[in-house]
Design a protein around this ligand. Sequence first.
Ligand code: HEC
Length: 204
Amino acid sequence: MNPHRILPLLLFLTALYFCPNLTAIDYKSEIHPILNKKCFKCHSGPRSKGKLRMDSESYFSKRIGGDKPLIIPGDPASSVLLIKASMPRSNDDAMPPPPARERGAEAMTSSELQLIKQWIAAGASFKPGASTTETTANPSEPETEKVFHTWTNTEGKSLEAAFLGVEGANVQLEGRNGKVISYPIQNLSEKSKELGRELLQKRQ
Ligand code: HEC
């Protein structure tokens, strides 16, 4: 293949690779119904428990980001709302609270929790279709074994690293020490460019 064609091809393949994974999460149609079913009984209206009102976007949004956030946009793992909703019923801090669960209040299912997680990861926006996220990246799945390759640049220097992907005109590599390296594709040797293209293709 003509080497000058590889870069545009790489970029094209990257676009193909990332686009199908972008899924919009809509607050109104996907998140609101879950909260309505599982949380509004106690967290709606002026007498909301724990002063947490989720039915009103203006009240709810005050707890998204800011001072005492229950949701940290982009960071589901640190978002109290998700943490509490994910706790087992044996935990006193779980939501709905354990005594209410005894009386039949249902906790979120794992697929509901997954949606909330994606919504938070994508920025916890109320705007329709405003948030996008990668659905293939499932952190609960065990990480696949990293494969290290030898990469060489146009000056003949080489490096052992695992292929993470391509971003813009750079290839993202992870060295043996776990360090992520963003390296311009144009500075790679022809052989390494070819390797990157193959690895990218394998992921389709
Ligand atoms: C049966 C009533 C009930 C239900 C249902 C319920 N909660 Fe609560 N929630 C409470 C009470 C009572 C408090 C205040 C005491 C506490 O924090 O434990 C509270 C507090 C909270 C807090 C802490 C508020 C703060 O400012 O620190 C969060 C977060 C929360 N609930 C999330 C949820 C989520 C998410 C759901 C739905 C899965 C839910 N709750 C369902 C009763 C309920």
